[in-house]
Design a protein around this ligand. Structure first.
Ligand code: BES
Ligand code: MN
Ligand code: ZN
Length: 506
C-alpha cells in the first residue's frame, strides 16, 4: 500500500478524481462545516443528515455510486463521532473495510469535518487504513487480494500533519511485518525462517543482525533456553538485532521477544482444542521484528537492541521432563515442574544475555500466560515492572498509541510458590495469580537493569472468525522509543533519509 498526504480544501473534495472518496463526518462543534458549504459534497452530506439516512455516529456508513456533482466513482460518508483519535481510527477502519471487496484502487480519505487534524489523529487514520487493508495471503493463494493500492489522506494543512503521517506509515510497515510473521503457520515460520526474516532487515541502514545456533548458545551457557528446544527437530536460533541511531557509546534499550514458533506444551502437553493457536506463541518475537522495521523508517536518535530466543516446544524422547533441573546462563538452577511454562525458560537466558549491553532499560514481550488472558482479556496487555519511571513511560505510550496496557503487581509474596527443594527456583507456582508468578520468575533474571515485562497473551491475536495477529504491542513500543528520543532533545535526523521509502511492501 502506498500513502500520500495532501492539502485539500472542503470545496475541492467534489472535484477530486479517484476510485473512492471517503469523507469523515464528526459531530463536534466545527462539524457544522459542511452545513455552510455550497459544493456538491457538502450538500450531499447535509441532505443525507437531514433525511435521517446518515448521522455522525462512529462507524456509521453511507455509500453511493457515481453521485452527481462528485468526480469520485464511489463515495463513502463515515461517522467519526466526536472526532477523537479513537473514533477516527474506528471510522477509517470501517470505511476502508467496506471498500475492501470493491474494485477501488486509488482512494482519497478526507478527515472532513474532524477539527483536530494533529499528529495523533493523522497517524491513527493511516494505521487504520493499513490495518483494514491487511490480508494474509502467504499460505492462501486462493484468497482475493484487495485491489486497494493507494490511499491519499486529505487534510486541511498537510504541513501540520506531516510528522503524524510519517509515523503512521512507519507503523503500518512495522505492524504488517509483525502480523505477517505471527500469522504464518509453524511449518512456515520455524526458528530458522524467523532468523531469515530478521536478517532481511539488514537491508536498512543502521540495522545489524546476528544469528546464533545451538552450538553457540550452549557455549554461552544458556542451559534453560537449550532445554526447551531439545524435544524438537528444528534447531533453535538466538537472534540479536541492533538499531544504531545514536552514538555507539550510548546505552541501548533492549527489547526481548518470546519466539516459541510452536508451543505444544511439551511432555506437559496441551489439550487438542485450539492448540493451533500456539503458532502465535512467537508474537513477542514478531513484534520486535515489527518495531525494527518501523525504526528503519523513523530513524530516531537512540540505540535499540532486539533479542529473540526462538525454538519449538515439542514432546519427544529427548524432551525435558517434569522434575528435570537445568542450569540457566545466570548460574541459577531451575526445576522444570511443568514443561508448558517454557516461555520463561527461554526468556530468562535472553535477559541474562542482555546484561552485556549495559542497557538503559530492558523490556520483554511475551505471550506468556493464559492467566493474563483471564485477568485482562484482549483489551490491555499486562505490564509488570518495579521501576516507576519505566512503568509510567510505558503506560503513557500505551495511551498515546491506543495500544493499552495495565500495571500489575509484583509483591514478593507472589514468589513464595516458586520455592523448591531441588533447585534455586521452580518454573511454576500453582494456578493462583499465574501471570504474576510468571513475572516474578523473570524478575530474578532482571536485577541488573531497569526492567519491564509485557504479557501479550490476550492482545497479540484474535480468535474465532476474525482469527489473526493484531501486531500489538508494536505501536506502544514505538511510542515509548520515540518519547525516549524526544526526551534527549534531538528526535529525528534530517528528513531526507526518513522519507526514503514509503511503501508498505514489508
Ligand atoms: N504460550 C502459553 C501461554 C498462553 C496460553 C498464551 C493460552 C495464550 C493463550 C504458555 O507457554 C503457557 O503454556 N503457559 C502456561 C503456564 C502454566 C503451565 C503455569 C499457561 O498459561 O497455562
Ligand atoms: Mn507453554
Ligand atoms: Zn508458550
Amino acid at each position: 500500500m502506498n500513502f500520500e498526504l495532501k492539502t485539500l480544501a472542503q470545496d475541492e473534495l467534489s472535484r477530486e478524481k479517484c476510485d473512492a472518496l471517503v469523507v469523515l463526518v464528526a459531530n463536534d462543534a466545527p462539524g457544522q462545516t459542511f452545513s455552510k458549504g455550497l459544493d456538491a459534497c457538502s450538500q450531499l452530506i447535509n441532505l443525507a443528515i437531514k433525511s435521517g439516512d446518515f448521522e455522525a455516529k462512529v462507524g456509521k456508513l453511507l455509500s453511493s455510486y457515481r453521485p452527481s456533482g462528485i468526480a469520485a466513482i464511489r463515495m463513502i460518508l463515515v461517522g467519526a463521532g466526536d472526532g477523537s483519535v479513537k473514533n477516527v481510527r474506528a471510522a477509517v477502519f470501517a470505511a476502508i473495510g467496506a471498500l475492501k471487496g470493491s474494485n477501488a484502487v486509488n482512494v482519497v480519505v478526507s478527515l472532513g469535518s474532524v477539527s483536530n487534524q494533529a499528529d495523533d489523529v493523522v497517524r491513527a487514520a493511516i494505521v487504520a487504513c493499513g490495518d483494514a487493508a491487511y490480508v494474509y495471503e502467504t499460505t492462501k493463494p486462493s484468497v482475493t487480494s484487495p485491489k486497494l493500492k493507494k490511499v491519499v489522506l486529505a487534510v486541511v494543512n498537510s504541513a501540520h500533519s506531516k510528522a503524524g503521517f510519517n509515523k503512521g506509515v512507519a507503523l503500518v510497515n512495522g505492524l504488517s511485518l509483525a502480523k505477517e510473521w505471527a500469522n504464518r503457520p509453524a511449518n512456515h515460520a520455524t526458528p530458522t525462517l524467523l532468523a531469515t526474516a530478521a536478517k532481511a532487515l539488514k537491508k536498512y541502514a543502521n540495522i545489524k543482525v546476528d544469528v546464533l545456533g545451538p552450538k553457540e548458545v550452549s557455549k554461552l551457557g544458556m542451559g534453560s533456553f537449550t532445554s526447551v528446544s531439545q524435544g524438537s527437530n528444528e534447531p533453535l536460533r538466538f537472534i540479536v538485532m541492533h538499531y544504531n541511531g545514536a552514538d555507539k557509546s550510548e546505552s541501548p534499550t533492549v527489547l526481548v521477544g518470546k519466539g516459541i514458533t510452536f508451543d505444544t506444551g511439551g511432555i506437559s502437553i496441551k489439550p487438542a482444542s485450539e492448540m493451533d493457536e500456539m503458532k502465535f506463541d512467537m508474537c513477542g518475537a514478531a513484534s520486535v521484528l515489527g518495531v525494527f522495521r518501523a525504526l528503519a523508517d523513523l530513524r530516531p536518535a537512540i540505540n535499540v537492541v532486539g533479542l529473540i530466543p526462538a525454538c519449538e516446544n515439542m514432546p519427544d524422547g529427548r524432551a525435558i521432563k517434569p522434575g528435570d533441573v537445568v542450569t540457566s546462563m545466570s548460574g541459577q538452577t531451575i526445576e522444570i515442574l511443568n514443561t508448558d511454562a517454557e516461555g520463561r525458560l527461554v526468556l530468562c537466558d535472553a535477559l541474562t544475555y542482555a546484561e552485556r549491553f549495559k542497557p538503559r532499560a530492558v523490556i520483554d514481550v511475551a505471550t506468556l500466560t493464559g492467566a493474563c488472558v483471564v485477568a485482562l482479556g484482549g483489551v490491555r496487555s499486562g505490564l509488570f515492572s518495579s521501576d516507576s519511571a519505566l512503568t509510567s513511560a510505558l503506560v503513557k505510550a500505551g495511551e498515546s498509541s491506543l495500544d493499552l496496557c495495565w500495571h500489575m503487581p509484583l509483591d514478593d509474596e507472589y514468589a513464595e510458590g516458586l520455592k523448591t527443594n531441588f533447585a534455586d527456583v521452580a518454573n511454576v507456582a500453582g494456578r493462583a495469580g499465574g501471570a504474576v508468578t510468571a513475572a516474578k520468575f523473570l524478575q530474578r533474571f532482571a536485577s541488573k537493569f531497569p526492567w519491564a515485562h509485557l504479557d501479550i497473551a490476550g492482545t497479540a491475536w484474535k480468535s474465532g472468525t476474525a482469527k489473526g495477529a493484531t501486531g500489538r504491542p508494536v505501536a506502544l513500543l514505538i511510542d515509548y522509543l520515540l518519547a525516549q528520543a524526544q526526551a534527549k532533545g534531538d528526535l529525528a535526523r534530517p528528513a531526507k533519509t526518513a522519507a526514503k521509502k514509503r511503501s508498505s511492501t514489508a
